[in-house]
Write a protein that binds this ligand. Structure first.
Ligand code: G1P
Length: 289
C-alpha cells in the first residue's frame, strides 16, 4: 500500500522558544517569510503525501488557520491585483491535498500524539514528521526516498543523523546491524535520550519516520516513562521484536527550529537561498563582529 498520509505532532508548548512561544505556536515562528511548519508540510507534499494530520492543542489554532483558506484576504488581494502573492497563498495547500486536525487532549508525549491520529490513518502505512526539524536536502527529497525504501523493503524507516556525543542525550539513539553503513540498514535497538556513556552509537533519530500501522498496537501497550510521556522510541523498540525497522541516513542538513541557535541558523540558511536577499545579507554578516 502506498504511503499517502502523514502525522505532524504540533501540540507541544515549545518551552525552548519561550517567551515567544507563550502566544505564538513555535511552529508558526517565521523563517524568512513562511512559518517553520510550512517548510515541513511542503516537504511532505513533495514526497507524495496527500493527507496531513495535525495533532494539535486548542491554544494553537493559528496553525490550522494557516492551512485553511482565508476568503476575505484572497478577495482583498484579488481586488488590489496582487496576483503573485495571491497565487503563493493559494498554493500553500494544493487542491489534491487535505489538511485535517485532531486534538491531543493531554500532554502525554510524542508516542501518545501519534496514537491520537490512529482513527484518521486507519490500517495504512504513514509518515511522521516532527515540525521542529527542517530538512534541507537540496535537490533530493529524503522523505520521498524513505517512502521508496519502505515500499521496496516493506520495513518501517527511521531517518538518522550522526550527532556530536554531547548531544546524544537529546535524541532517540539507534544501534545498527551494520555500523558505518551508508544507506538503509536494519536497526537492532533504540533508546530514548541515553546518557553518552550508555548510548549504543551517536546516530540520532531526527524527526522523519515511515511506519507500518502495527506501530499503533505497540503505542497502546507503551507505558509512560519517568517524565510522564509515552515515547514513540519505546513503541519502536517493541515493534522491532516482530518487524524489521531500517535506518535511513540523512542526506543533507537538518535545522532544529525548536532551539534558538537552530532557528537562527535556519533563517540564515534559507535566506541565503533566496537571490533577492542573499547578497545584502552576506554583506551585513561580514560587518558583524
Ligand atoms: C523527540 C523524540 C526523539 C527524537 C527527537 C528528534 O524528542 O522523542 O526520539 O530524537 O524528537 O527531534 P523531543 O525533541 O520531542 O524531546
Amino acid at each position: 500500500m502506498k504511503v499517502k498520509k502523514a502525522i505532524l505532532p504540533v501540540a507541544g508548548f515549545g518551552t525552548r522558544l519561550l517567551p515567544a512561544s507563550k502566544s505564538i505556536p513555535k511552529e508558526m515562528i517565521t523563517v524568512v517569510d513562511r512559518p517553520a511548519i510550512d517548510y515541513v508540510v511542503q516537504e511532505a507534499i513533495e514526497a507524495g503525501i496527500d493527507t496531513i494530520v495535525l495533532v494539535n492543542h486548542p491554544a494553537k489554532q493559528a496553525i490550522e488557520n494557516y492551512f485553511d483558506r482565508n476568503a476575505e484576504l484572497e478577495n482583498l488581494l484579488e481586488k488590489k491585483k496582487k496576483n503573485k502573492i495571491l497565487d503563493e497563498i493559494r498554493a500553500i495547500v494544493p487542491d489534491h491535498v487535505t489538511v485535517v486536525a485532531v486534538r491531543q487532549p493531554e500532554p502525554l508525549g510524542l508516542g501518545h500524539a501519534v496514537l491520537c491520529a490512529e482513527k484518521v490513518i486507519g490500517n495504512e502505512p504513514f509518515a511522521v514528521l516532527l515540525p521542529d526539524v527542517l530538512v534541507d536536502s537540496a535537490d533530493q527529497n529524503n522523505l520521498a526516498q524513505m517512502i521508496a525504501q519502505f515500499e521496496q523493503n516493506q520495513a518501517s524507516q527511521i531517518m538518522v543523523e550522526d550527532v556530536a556525543p554531547e548531544r546524544v542525550d537529546q535524541y532517540g539513539i539507534v544501534k545498527l546491524e551494520k555500523q558505518g553503513e551508508e544507506n538503509t540498514t536494519n536497526i537492532l535497538g533504540l533508546v530514548e535520550k541515553p546518557a553518552v556513556s550508555e548510548a549504543p552509537s551517536t546516530l540520532a533519530v531526527v524527526g522523519r519516520y515511515v511506519f507500518t500501522p502495527e506501530i499503533f498496537n505497540y503505542l497502546k501497550e507503551t507505558q509512560a516513562d519517568k517524565s510522564g510521556e509515552i515515547q514513540l522510541t519505546d513503541a519502536m523498540a517493541k515493534l522491532l521484536g516482530v518487524q524489521n525497522i531500517q535506518a535511513f541516513t540523512l542526506h543533507g542538513q537538518t535545522y532544529d527550529c525548536g532551539s534558538k541557535i537552530g532557528y537562527l541558523k535556519a533563517i540564515l540558511h534559507y535566506a541565503t537561498q533566496r537571490n533577492e536577499l542573499k547578497d545584502e545579507l552576506l554583506e551585513f554578516i561580514k560587518t558583524l563582529n
